[in-house]
Design a protein around this ligand. Structure first.
Ligand SMILES: [Zn+2]
Length: 443
């Protein structure tokens, strides 16, 4: 089956394409980016992307899909549905499930559930240590054979530098990127928000920026020592970014991601005690937000990741001190990323690379995050002019914990194609498939 996405504006950072082009895909692969006006192949279905941007399918490096073990919060199927609705063709699933993905049986289960859902690509991340308890290394090689794309103990930092060193050396042998949730637990114990003026005013226990800084600095040092590919999850402080910038300048193989809530909101918003503003790392003060925007602008930050962390309403409705950390993010991330473009922080091509080509490179996902010949036909179609309001009541996620309900945004993912299949189309954009019927009736 051939599909032509015509009259769109194609952005492919890998090939340096940023102009009006047609894109031809056949079965599950990209055939090529075509000059407009070239003769169309016979028997082709057409999507009319006039006025829209055609990009490589977006890849989220960081999502918690909660299955196995907490299916009341999210399942792989509901998470994958939320992903494609938000424009993510692929999601990488963190291993802190119950049981933890620390062995190939769990890895295979995640992959099978994703195949059953048949929506987004789901790439499992294996744990660094057994049970994510920071003590004994997991079965990385066997999990790699079963299909993991990286290792992480996300949710927990790996506290012991000696174990982290061995994990990096071990992972390097299997060509796996090590993803770390950077937080020195001895500095954050009991903390529920950023330590600063607002934690003092509100009388809540703080988590200092220094807790993230010292852990990131340690990981930069260990990355240099081991030569492993190290990726810092959800960076949130200016000190962490400075350390990453210096390490990159020195040639260390280190990358990092940022989550939209960290550049969008500050700790001041916690004054309402809304637990949908409680996450880890916490929302930071304005000077850290300014540093994140600079990191997005100057290229220090490599990727935008959602850190989608669904929780049931009964859990989030507890007192601020008691509620779990985390918010959903798959359906709001792209809209919030467009804020960066609309505010002139980054351009559209950089947005596309932060969400597609860079994530593919960081986890070594071959033939993804690009529109080169024979790449997987994963496509995200964007409308930079789409004005919309996020309504959590229509979310595809099983959970509702978001601070962005009712937020107005300009710019959205309006269609998602996975493996050549249109798996999501925004209901207001049915017009793009109309040419298909016109094409058919003209025959
Ligand atoms: Zn984390």
């Amino acid at each position: 089956m051939k599909l032509l996405i015509s009259n769109g504006y194609v952005i492919d950072p890998v090939q340096g394409i940023n102009t009006g082009r047609d894109l031809l895909i056949e079965n599950e692969r990209v055939v090529g980016v075509l000059e407009r006006g070239q003769e169309r192949p016979a028997d082709v279905e057409v999507l009319d992307a006039t006025g829209l941007v055609v990009a490589p399918g977006f890849i989220d490096l960081h999502a918690h899909l909660r299955e196995p073990g907490a299916e009341y919060k999210e399942t792989i199927a509901s998470g994958a549905a939320a992903a494609v609705t938000g424009g993510w063709a692929s999601v990488c699933a963190m291993p802190n499930t119950d049981p933890v993905n620390d062995n190939p049986a769990v890895t295979r289960f995640v992959i099978e559930q994703a195949q059953r859902a048949h929506l987004a690509n789901v790439f499992p991340i294996g744990s660094i240590t057994k049970g994510c308890d920071g003590k004994e290394l997991s079965e990385m090689g066997e999990m790699k054979n079963a299909g993991i794309v990286a290792v992480s103990d996300d949710g927990h930092p790996v506290p012991n530098a000696g174990i982290m060193r061995r994990a990096m050396e071990y992972a390097r042998g299997f060509d796996l990127t090590v993803v770390d949730h950077c937080q020195d637990s001895s500095l954050t114990a009991g903390g529920v928000m950023h330590e600063g003026r607002w934690s003092l005013i509100l009388g809540l226990r703080g988590m200092p920026a220094a807790a993230e800084d010292v852990h990131v600095i340690r990981d930069c040092v260990l990355a240099k020592l081991t030569g492993a590919a190290v990726h810092i999850a959800h960076v949130s402080t200016s000190g962490a970014l400075d350390a990453i910038r210096r390490a990159k300048d020195a040639g260390v193989a280190i990358t990092c991601e940022v989550a939209p809530h960290h550049w969008t909101l500050t700790d001041e918003t916690i004054a309402e005690f809304d637990t949908n503003h409680k996450m880890s790392p916490p929302l930071r003060s304005a000077n850290h937000v300014a540093a994140l925007l600079e990191g997005l602008r100057d290229g220090t930050i490599d990727a935008i990741a959602t850190d989608h962390a669904p929780h049931h309403a009964d859990e989030k409705e507890l007192e601020f001190d008691e509620a779990p950390f985390g918010i959903t993010g798959l359906e709001t991330a792209v809209g919030l990323a467009f804020d960066l473009v609309n505010q002139g922080v980054i351009d559209l091509e950089r947005l596309v690379s932060l969400c597609s080509s860079n994530p593919a490179r960081i986890f070594g996902l071959h033939d993804r995050g690009c529109l080169t010949k024979n790449a997987h036909a994963d496509i995200t179609i964007l409308d930079p002019a789409c004005e919309w309001t996020f309504d959590v009541s229509s979310s595809k996620s099983k959970s509702r914990n978001t601070p962005f309900h009712g937020r107005n945004m300009t710019g959205a993912a309006v269609a998602t194609i996975v493996g050549g299949r249109l798996v999501y189309l925004h209901p207001d954009y049915n017009r793009i498939t109309d040419s298909k019927s016109r094409n058919a009736s003209a025959k």
